[in-house]
Design a protein around this ligand. Sequence first.
Ligand SMILES: [Zn+2]
Length: 284
Amino acid sequence: MKKTFSVIGITLAIIGFLYSGVHIFGTTAKFIEHHSLESSVKKLTNEKDKKTAELAAVTKKNADVKAQYQKLKADKKIKTVYLTFDDGPSGHTDQILEILKKNNIKATFFVIGIGKNFKDYKKITDQGHAIGLHSFTHEYKKVYANEDSFFKEFYQIRDAIKSTTGQDVKIIRFPGGSSNAIASKALKTAIINRLTREGFVYFDWNCDSTDASGNNVPVAKLVKYGICTTHSDINVLMHDTNAKKTTVQALQQIIDGYKKAGYTFETLNVNSPKIQHVKQPEMN
Ligand SMILES: [Zn+2]
């Protein structure tokens, strides 16, 4: 009997010893695990703080440069004009390119697709000018039928340009401008939001040469309205179509007017000043 008790006692002691051993081991393992997690979190937190500080420094530098640029602009030391030609290419494109070349300046062409020789897009880009999207057909009823129709038009012209120039164009001009009355407000908002999501930037104008008001608008009128020196950034609306002969005739005088007023000529890109009639939300 006594022996049996002893055996039970020893067994219990062994079990107790093993249990506490396992318990101590478990606790230690947990402690080590916790400790290494804690140091990982600390390391990551330090890295995050470092990156946040770096980002803040870059953001500040960016803001400083922008502020300096704005100050220079405000002092009127930098004045920029963006000459834009819509609806081309046309039988006048070569003449327009020739005038630009002679003046050693660059412009932006918002082109369409229907009835065009796609190879003409390359003529424009080969000479260092910017090319932008202006829909494929330019038929308001089609372009503004609905959101999908609008994007179909723009993807179509984008693809046509890409296949001939290799450029994936992100700048666009709405047919009729962003403030056109053809598209409803709801449709326009949907289009603008999607354009923004997809990285497109649209450009309107703050100087209308009035060459869309009719064909053969007198040169004197185009020159009068095509030279605007009220802002330090000017986006001039002109057209490159077979019917706009006087635009070509007025072009040299318009260029001279800007040169005389101290403007430099630039091409549009996604970072250019957003001269927009309906404001686009900021991209993230
Ligand atoms: Zn147009």
